[in-house]
Design a protein around this ligand. Structure first.
Ligand code: NAP
Length: 330
C-alpha cells in the first residue's frame, strides 16, 4: 500500500487526485479532521464521474505528526510513502510548533519507514531548506546551508526535517526529496493570499520568488517514486519572477491599470521593531523575523533545472499557470 500524509492539504490532495486518476489502488491517506476529509470527497465528486467510488477506495487513517502511536497505526501494511504533511507558517511565534510538527514529526516518519522496511520515501521539502551563500546569484540543490545566515523558523524546521530524511537514507532507506518553490494551483496558499490581498495589488516588494505549477510537482513526485532514482533532492522551480512582474501580471489578469508602488525595507524593519517591542511588553506575539524580510527583498534566483536531466519533463510556464487560476474571476 502507498501512504500519503497531509492528504487533506493542497499538495497532498492534488497528489491523491493524480494517483486516483492513474487508477493507482491501495492508497492509505492520513487526515486529522473529518471536515477536511469531507472536502476531498467533494473534490473527487467534482473531478471524476465515479468520484464517490474512487474516494471510497482510499483507506483513511487519522494521524497526527506529533503523536507516534497514531502514525504507527497509519503505517500498517504500507510499502511506499509520500510525506506531504507539514505546518506552514512564517510567524516567529510559531517556531516551537514548526519544530514539533515538521522536524520531530518527520523524524518519527523516518523511524517508521525504517522499522516497516518501506521501499521508498518521497518527501516534500521546500526551497526554504536550500542553502544560500552571500553574493550567490543563483541557488540550487548544491548550495551550502550556512548556519551563520539567519533563516525563518519555517526554513529551520524544513531543513531539520530534511536532515532526518537524509539520516534515513544513511540508515538504508531509499529516499527522494523535492524542494518546490511557491506552488501555484487552485486552492493553493498562494491563491488564498492573492484573493485576500486583491485590494492591495498596488503595492509590491522587489524580491524574486521561484514558482511552480502544482501538477508539475505531483507528476515529478510520482515519477520519482516509480523510478530507480534515490538519495537525490530536486529544487522544483519553473520560473523566477520579481514581485513587480507578479503584481503587474495579477493586475493585467484583472484588467486593472494601476500605478504600482514599491514597498521599502524601512517599512518592514519599522514594523519588525514595533512588533518586537509589543512582544516584550506582552501585547502581541511576533510574526516578522529579519530573515523573512531578507527573503521578501531577496534577489537570488533558484534553479529548477536538475530534475530535467533525471526524468523526461517540461515545466508548465508560469504565465499559463496564472491563466489557469482564472484570476479575472477573484
Ligand atoms: N504550498 C506551497 O507553496 C509549498 C511550497 C513549498 C513546499 N511546500 C511543502 O509542501 C507540503 C504540503 O504543503 P501544502 O501547501 O499542501 O500545505 P497545506 O495545504 O497547509 O497542507 C498541509 C497538510 O499537512 C497536514 N498537517 C498539518 N499539521 C499536521 C500535523 N500536526 N499532523 C498531521 N498532519 C498535519 C494538514 O492536515 P489538516 O487538514 O488536518 O490541517 C494538511 O493535510 C509541506 O511540506 C510544505 O512545506 C509547500
Amino acid at each position: 500500500m502507498i501512504l500519503v500524509t497531509g492528504a487533506t492539504g493542497f499538495i497532498g490532495s492534488n497528489l491523491l487526485y493524480k494517483l486516483a486518476k492513474y487508477n493507482v489502488c491501495n492508497i492509505v491517506a492520513t487526515y486529522r479532521y473529518k471536515a477536511n476529509k469531507d472536502k476531498i470527497a467533494a473534490l473527487f465528486r467534482s473531478k471524476f464521474p465515479d468520484g464517490n467510488l474512487k474516494f471510497e477506495r482510499i483507506i483513511w487513517r487519522k494521524a497526527e505528526l506529533r503523536d507516534l502511536p497514531s502514525l504507527t497505526e497509519a503505517f500498517e501494511g504500507v510499502k511506499k510513502v509520500y510525506h506531504c504533511a507539514a505546518f506552514i507558517s512564517f510567524a516567529f511565534s510559531d517556531r516551537q510548533k514548526l519544530y514539533e510538527i515538521n522536524q520531530k514529526g518527520t523524524s518519527y516518519m523516518v523511524d517508521l519507514c525504517l522499522k516497516n522496511k518501506i521501499e521508498k520515501l518521497v518527501y516534500v521539502s521546500s526551497i526554504a531548506s536550500l542553502g544560500s551563500e552571500e553574493n550567490e546569484t543563483t541557488v540550487d540543490e548544491n548550495s551550502t546551508w550556512d548556519n551563520n545566515i539567519d533563516k525563518t523558523p519555517y526554513g529551520y524546521s524544513k531543513y531539520g526535517a530534511e536532515m532526518e530524511v537524509w539520516r534515513g537514507s544513511q540508515e538504508g532507506l531509499d529516499i527522494a526529496i523535492v524542494n518546490p518553490g511557491i506552488v501555484l494551483g487552485p486552492g493553493s496558499p498562494m491563491e488564498k493570499k492573492i484573493k485576500s490581498m486583491k485590494n492591495w495589488f498596488r503595492f509590491y516588494t522587489p524580491g524574486i520568488s521561484g514558482y511552480v505549477w502544482v501538477e508539475d510537482v505531483t507528476t515529478i513526485m510520482i515519477k520519482l517514486m516509480d523510478s530507480g532514482i534515490k538519495s537525490e533532492r530536486f529544487a522544483l522551480v519553473a520560473e523566477n519572477w520579481s514581485g513587480k512582474s507578479m503584481i503587474l501580471a495579477l493586475l493585467k489578469a484583472q484588467k486593472k491599470n494601476y500605478t504600482v508602488i514599491k514597498m521599502s525595507k524601512v517599512f518592514f524593519y519599522t514594523f519588525w521593531f514595533v512588533e518586537y517591542l509589543l512582544e516584550i511588553i506582552g501585547l502581541r506575539k511576533r510574526f516578522f523575523t529579519k530573515a523573512l524580510i531578507k527573503i521578501i527583498f531577496n534577489d537570488t534566483k533558484i534553479s529548477g533545472e536538475k530534475i530535467k536531466s533525471y526524468i523526461d519533463f517540461k515545466y508548465t510556464p508560469i504565465g499559463l499557470s496564472l491563466k489557469k487560476l482564472n484570476l479575472d474571476k477573484i
